[in-house]
Design a protein around this ligand. Structure first.
Ligand code: ADP
Ligand code: ZN
Ligand code: ZN
Length: 739
């Protein structure tokens, strides 16, 4: 009998597929590509996923010493294997990003499936009534047993209700047991059925009458639901993009197909979910980092069974198995949180397009500030381009105004003009949003006597002072220490905070406007689970008039009573080394502005800057984002920068600067066809957490040549002498050059 071998993807950072022998005892059922197996790896046992099956004399084995090949320990045969389509997708992703397939597959696998001890896969147990004649059954009860009777009626009515629900409704276990003893009810495992659409799943009363602009978009999309097409919906905030999504989704759901909705990390709020639930009475499942492992597994299984009609999730939701996917929506497609910034650095939007193409289904990208990549694809007619330029009803977009603060007397970073505008807004009982993308109290502490700045020794950057807990925190590596009483250099006690963070602004607004409640929304204030949702609700209920926040506040939330938005500091982005900084600044400005005046009240946005004449700001304020984007795209084209050229970033780091720079220098000598190399250059954060970091950028106008270059680099790099001393990674289509 010929022996069989399995090629297995294992969760290790090695660009390699591992081969195992399948012992005869495990061959009873044929092996499925995508199934999970338990295999030995070093001294451990790990769960791997089968990529292929090869016979004894296959050439794939010719480089291996057969005696060293180990046996598969066991096969985890449940129905939850990856289907062929998802396997192909995962392999394509691994190839595109040149990332080890084992880690890619690992990411797609729910945590509980990665463990040797496999999870309990039984479904929820629910109570159903079994009486043949319900009315007859009710007659059996004596008058005093009305609680039992009511319970039976309830169970009969629901035909599937859990004990925990019954308990919340006030029933006791004894009552349940009594009914079970009489054989009137029993507990059954409820196996969720694949989703099938019925007309009554639509809450038609909530459906809005589309505007002409919206109707055009919906009909363009719904006329071609049976094949791949990519649509960019470029619509100002509040122009009704979500309504467009809902009406397109309705058509897809009507075919009993699934819909995947991708949102940025902080865009997923109870309000978002409520909007989908209000419209569709179908199984909706969430996928995001706030869920625990069990909840994530539930979503995964529901999607896998075809039970989940709608899956709403953050970037990694794209890896959920969806046998009947009919539409993908990527909301806020410009958002940088769609790109994973460590390990497997994929872009959720980009691979969503790949997935849609593979499945031959439509995909919709939506944003008020489209990424330049998508915009360029739309302008060149690779994507269908739709613009929503108006808000429904009479609500008008906010007006943007630059406030010159050059050589102005400022109080805690706030100009007189702005203070006055805040005062006037509050007097009208309207809300104010103050935006500052810097949390903490102050971004630096120095000594008034010797001017020494307190720095994190691991990063050589100033510590941020957090007054609330009297801590100095390094926002780069996370290290912290207690705020000192004296200067470490000269012993003086005259230490001062420099600059402003959100904590400080909150404190001063509280002092200035004691009659109004101020609330801060940043990563520090919303750390606890549910805290963000709670404060968003309080803002809607107008418990707070002054909202101070970082970019957390800039996304997705609708605050109809905010009529003034203040942006305290935009100048950082104007002179950045990073060619994307202007794009990101413009997106942030427009997104923050979009929070204002969304109801019928007109909004106003005040932007403090020392450079009011700066052409980028002028263009954005006077001509709007589309014009700004067009200008910036022209510049990028001239410089052959993305989206007109393609990049890969090689990052290297080590304890000494000479290692990463030397390693990258060797790579930079390579002769790579049709590619340009820039570097090595120290990263903007040259030192972080004690490591020195260097960059090498590979750039080409041809994607094909870029990929060939990366493949070449991957074979050469391990042979370089310093390779073992540095940690290096490849980032395809990088968006963050700061580290
Ligand atoms: P976006 O997603 O572009 O920010 P939304 O879809 O959230 O915009 O719409 C903004 C507001 O306008 C919402 O309150 C929504 O209910 C309302 N709206 C959207 N489309 C219509 C329409 N066709 N008629 C009336 N109101 C609409
Ligand atoms: Zn000092
Ligand atoms: Zn640090």
């Amino acid at each position: 009998m010929t022996q069989r071998f399995l090629q297995v993807a294992i969760p290790v950072p090695l660009r390699q597929i591992f081969t195992y022998r399948l012992p005869d005892s495990l061959t009873n059922q044929s092996v499925i590509i995508g199934e999970r197996v338990l295999v030995p790896f070093g001294h451990r046992q790990v769960v791997g996923v089968v990529l292929g099956v090869v016979e004894e004399n296959d050439t794939a084995l010719c480089n291996l010493d057969e005696n060293k090949i180990k046996d598969v320990i066991s096969r985890l045969q449940d129905q939850y294997h990856f289907d062929a389509s998802l396997m192909t997708f995962l392999r394509t992703c691994a190839q595109y990003y040149h990332h080890p397939i084992g880690e890619v597959i690992q990411l797609a696998l729910p945590v509980l499936f990665r463990q040797i001890e496999q999870p309990d896969l039984s479904f929820e147990k629910l109570w159903v009534s079994t009486a043949v004649d319900h009315e007859e059954a009710l007659k059996q009860f004596s008058k005093s047993a009305h609680k039992q009777k009511a319970l039976l009626a309830l169970i009969h009515h629901h035909q599937g209700i859990s004990w925990s629900e019954l308990r919340t409704l006030g029933y006791a276990k004894t009552q349940l047991n009594a009914l079970e003893k009489k054989s009137l009810i029993e507990e059954q495992e409820l196996i969720p059925a694949p989703f099938i659409w019925h007309d009554d799943h639509l809450q038609a009363s909530n459906k809005l009458q589309l505007s002409v602009e919206q109707a055009v978009v919906v009909s363009a999309m719904t006329s071609n639901l049976d094949k791949f097409s990519c649509h960019l919906v470029d619509g100002i905030t509040g122009s009704g993009k979500t309504e467009v999504y809902l009406q397109v989704m309705e058509q897809v759901l009507a075919n009993s197909q699934q819909v995947l909705v991708m949102v940025p990390e902080i865009g997923l709020t109870p309000q978002t979910l409520a909007r989908f639930e209000d419209r569709f009475n179908v199984p909706i499942f969430l996928h995001h980092s706030g869920l625990n492992d069990k909840e994530r597994l539930d979503t995964w299984r529901a999607a896998h069974r075809g039970h989940a009609a709608i899956i709403i999730g953050t970037r990694s939701a794209i890896f959920t198995p969806t046998p009947k996917l009919g539409l993908i929506i990527v909301d806020e497609e410009h958002d940088s949180s769609l790109k994973q910034q460590d390990s497997f650095r994929y872009h959720g939007r980009d691979i969503a397009i790949l997935r849609a193409r593979q499945l031959n289904i439509p995909i919709v990208l939506g944003s008020a500030t489209p990424s330049f990549e998508s915009l360029q694809n739309a302008l060149s007619e690779k994507y269908h381009f739709h613009q929503l330029t108006k808000r429904p009803g009479n609500s008008r977009p906010a007006t943007l105004k630059l406030i010159n603060v050059y050589q102005q007397q400022m109080e805690h970073g706030i100009s007189g003009t702005v203070k006055k505008a805040i005062e006037q807004t509050l007097a009208k009982d309207e809300q104010v949003l103050v935006f500052l993308n810097r949390r903490g109290f102050a971004p630096a502490i120095n000594c008034k006597e010797c001017h020494h700045v307190v720095e994190c020794l691991r990063c050589n950057k100033p510590y941020t002072f957090h007054q609330n807990n009297q801590l100095l925190v390094c926002h780069h590596c996370g290290s912290q220490k207690r705020m000192m009483k004296q200067c470490g250099q000269c012993g003086s006690i005259r230490l001062q905070a420099i600059g402003q963070g959100t904590e400080q602004i909150e404190q001063h607004l509280n002092e200035w406007f004691p009659k109004y409640s101020a609330v801060r929304i940043d990563r520090d204030s919303t750390r606890r689970k549910g805290a963000l949702a709670k404060v968003i609700q309080e803002i809607h209920d107008k418990q707070h008039h002054l909202l101070i926040g970082t970019q957390m506040l800039a996304k997705g939330h609708h605050f109809p009573d905010v009529t003034l938005v203040v942006i305290l500091d935009v100048d950082g982005a104007l002179f950045s080394f990073d060619f994307r900084a202007a794009e990101q600044m413009a997106q942030l400005l427009v997104q923050v502005s979009g929070r204002a005046g969304r109801a019928s009240k007109p909004g106003q946005v005040l932007i403090q800057t020392q450079y009011p004449d700066h052409p980028l700001l002028q263009d954005l304020v006077n001509n709007g984002y589309p014009h700004f984007a067009q200008q910036a795209l022209d510049e990028r084209k001239y410089a052959k920068l993305p989206p007109f050229g393609y990049q890969a970033l090689i990052r290297a780091e080590a304890n000494y600067p000479s290692y990463p720079s030397g390693f990258l220098r060797e790579l930079s000598q390579l002769d790579l066809l049709n590619c340009e190399l820039a570097g090595p250059i120290p990263a903007a954060m040259e030192k972080k957490a004690g490591k020195y970091r260097y960059h090498l950028i590979v750039q080409s106008v041809s994607r094909k040549h870029l990929h060939q270059a990366i493949l070449h680099i991957l074979t050469i790099a391990p042979q370089i002498e310093t390779a073992k001393k540095v940690r290096w990674t490849i980032d395809v289509d990088p968006i963050d050059f700061s580290w």
